[in-house]
Design a protein around this ligand. Sequence first.
Ligand SMILES: NC(=O)c1ccc[n+]([C@@H]2O[C@H](COP(=O)([O-])OP(=O)(O)OC[C@H]3O[C@@H](n4cnc5c(N)ncnc54)[C@H](OP(=O)(O)O)[C@@H]3O)[C@@H](O)[C@H]2O)c1
Length: 287
Amino acid sequence: MASPVLAQPLLLGMMRLLEYPELGEPQALLAFIERCVERGLNGFDHADLYAGGRCEAHFGAALRLAPALRQRLQIIGKVDIVPAEQDCSRWQVKHYDTSARYLREAVDGSLARLGVERLDGFLLHRPDPLLQVDEVADTLNDLIASGKVGWVGLSNAEVLHCQALAQRVPLRCNQIELSLQAQHWVWDGSLHALQAAGLQVLAWSPMGGGRFGERLCSALSEVAAELGATANQVALAWLRELPGRPLPILGSLRWGRIEEALLGAELALDRPAWFYLSEAARGHEVA
Ligand SMILES: NC(=O)c1ccc[n+]([C@@H]2O[C@H](COP(=O)([O-])OP(=O)(O)OC[C@H]3O[C@@H](n4cnc5c(N)ncnc54)[C@H](OP(=O)(O)O)[C@@H]3O)[C@@H](O)[C@H]2O)c1
């Protein structure tokens, strides 16, 4: 398998960036980003969709205060979702757009809001049923050649979605919802297929967006007590045991939760504990 495109214990998701009043000023966000980098966390996952571009813009405002910091960061961008309110047609419909023109303009928009010249990683946010492989491949290869994008990948793509495009573009990762609460990739062979295709898996909502059910929370606490760890650390360890060692994209930007996740980054689960948690989440034992 190709070496992972991102080698770090966690990525930080920027979808909820505006939910933290303590990060509301660019200076405070800059201090946060610097603290992350000092702790070895330099990957930040963005999308033009998040708060309609305002998450990118806020991040950009912080970076403009310390331009030299940019070169220490790995910034990921995602585009192709057009919310209904941004659809200028008479249909005003939420849709996906992977046309060459849309992708180029969307990348330029993200670069401008972030105030950077390049997205280190660039992902197609959702599989577009109207995607034209040659057009998209040419566009992605041009974006790489122009230096506006470092490497490309997919998001929310099933294995079949990856195959045709991968013949024309070097795809590096697939960002998928993956957690104890979102396990279908674990059981249908998808993770092995993605690994065989050389795609690093980035796991979004690794804590289920904070909505793990009661039975799962109690199982996590039991295992945590047994291992002298915390429930959050155990939930992330469950992910790391999977084929290809998926990289969690943490959504919480509370420093305590980030530090907790980092401190548990080496925690391992044995098979019985892993299956115990899987069963608690799925509600039934394996066959
Ligand atoms: N590609 C895609 O389609 C896609 C879709 C969704 C997300 N993403 C990416 O994935 C990132 C993470 O998504 P997410 O925010 O849903 O991830 P998450 O880490 O599963 O959820 C974080 C949320 O859960 C809450 N939470 C509650 N209890 C928690 C606990 N014990 N530990 C940690 N968090 C807890 C957090 O609240 P507090 O603020 O109180 O900590 C926060 O609101 C996003 O920022 C985005 O970059 C990608």
